[in-house]
Design a protein around this ligand. Structure first.
Ligand SMILES: Cc1ncc(COP(=O)(O)O)c(C=O)c1O
Length: 386
């Protein structure tokens, strides 16, 4: 008979199939030497939730594996993950390059960074090919989303890295739209990958989380910032995220297959114009998307409905299956008018400066049967003609 292990959860090594939710905020110290080793990072162990938590650590390892990175740090939201990156790697006098076609809250964070003495340049996604012209000796970071939010344009990650290398800048890629099922930015030259794990990684509209994936040295630096400012994820959300990850590849596969079919159909629909989907054959980003994406092109698309803001509102209100809500990557298909939602943070002149029109909608495809989605889109598009 095997000797019992000194572990109340697995006395005979029968591992629980789900990582236990450890709610404890603090841990009993059994030995001063063990405490010193944990604090000095010589051994793995837990002392206080703001530092680390076993449920959170388990999900970090799973996300690192999904992205092909050495390690991952998980925190309370996607924006917390982006801010961790900014605070860890930028200092006064540094230059940061951002793209207009990026989740709107970056604009708010950029105002804080400017107050701290960081110089910020905003570029259009269509200027990404000339990125090197905007890199200066003090450029310390280039931050891109690809596909972009909300217009679903493609930025060539390898080319962005070549431009960033001119000043030794870090290239950060937000992989929320693509997901690790379709894109591994680290393989194409990104130094770090960030995620709003609130989206497809969690996948069920029931948790908020963010993640940063990179090398072991980056984990240590980011851990220091997270521990200092205290945006460690709670154990319950980490457990929900782990549950989401179990079905993530299946969901991602289904979403991309449905999105490709719907994009090809909508692209020739008379009530739809300017449809942007990375998998649209021959579209401007298609060649780069083929190089850096795989297993399809994800579940996100953007398009204009009719010709007026009222057309878009009537269309969205007429949908019965697809839900009018922000966020994305969920089991349910979600649609929003970015001009009136995710772009609300921006000053009015910036809201339309990079291609978002008042009748542009952003559609996140879920896992419903594709015929149901097509019927819903068709009846709602018809309603815009009335
Ligand atoms: C691409 C992208 N990155 C980051 C974020 C921020 O994530 P969170 O809402 O989890 O803070 C969002 C939110 O919509 C997003 O769409």
């Amino acid at each position: 008979m095997t000797e019992p292990l000194n572990d109340p959860l697995t006395p005979y090594g029968n591992r629980p199939m789900v990582t236990p939710i450890v709610h404890a905020v603090n841990y009993e110290y059994r030995d001063f030497e063990v405490l010193r080793k944990i604090t000095d990072g010589e051994i793995d162990g837990y002392t206080y939730h703001r530092d680390d938590n076993p449920t959170v650590r388990a999900v970090e390892k799973q996300i690192a594996a999904l992205e092909g990175g050495e390690d991952c740090i998980v925190c309370t939201s996607g924006m917390a993950a982006c801010t961790l990156v900014y605070l860890t790697y930028l200092k006064t006098g540094d230059h940061l390059i951002l793209f207009h076609d990026t989740y709107g809250a970056h604009y708010k964070v950029s105002l804080i960074l400017e107050r701290l003495g960081v110089e910020v340049t905003w570029l259009g996604a269509d200027e990404a090919g000339a990125l090197d012209r905007h890199v200066k000796p003090n450029t310390a970071m280039v931050f891109v989303e690809t596909p972009t939010n909300p217009m679903c344009k493609i930025i060539d990650i390898a080319a962005a890295r070549r431009a960033a290398d001119r000043s030794g800048a870090m290239l950060i890629v937000d992989n929320t739209f693509a997901t690790p099922y379709h894109q591994h930015p680290l393989e194409h030259g990104a130094h770090l990958v960030v995620h709003s794990a609130t989206k497809a990684l969690g996948g069920h509209n029931d948790l908020m989380a963010g993640a940063v994936v990179g090398a072991k040295g980056d984990y240590d630096k980011l851990w220091f910032t997270r521990q200092a400012i205290g945006c460690t994820l709670d154990a319950y959300s980490a457990s929900l995220l782990e549950r989401g990850l179990k079905t993530f590849p299946l969901r991602a596969e289904r979403m991309a297959a449905s999105a490709q079919m719907l994009a090809d159909w909508l692209n020739v629909h008379p009530r739809v114009s300017r449809l942007q989907y990375p998998g649209l054959y021959g579209s401007p980003g298609y060649a780069a998307a083929l190089r850096q994406m795989r297993n399809g092109f994800g579940g996100m698309m953007a398009f204009d409905v009719g010709s007026t803001p009222e057309d878009a509102k009537r269309f969205v209100s007429a949908l019965r299956v697809i839900v009018h809500a922000v966020s994305l990557g969920a089991t349910e298909s979600l649609i929003c008018v970015p001009y009136l939602t995710t772009m609300l943070y921006l000053p009015p002149e910036r809201r339309t400066s990079f291609g978002v029109a008042q009748n542009t909608v952003r559609l996140s495809i879920g896992i419903e049967p594709v015929e149901q989605l097509m019927q819903d889109l068709e009846q709602a598009l018809r309603s815009t003609q009335e």
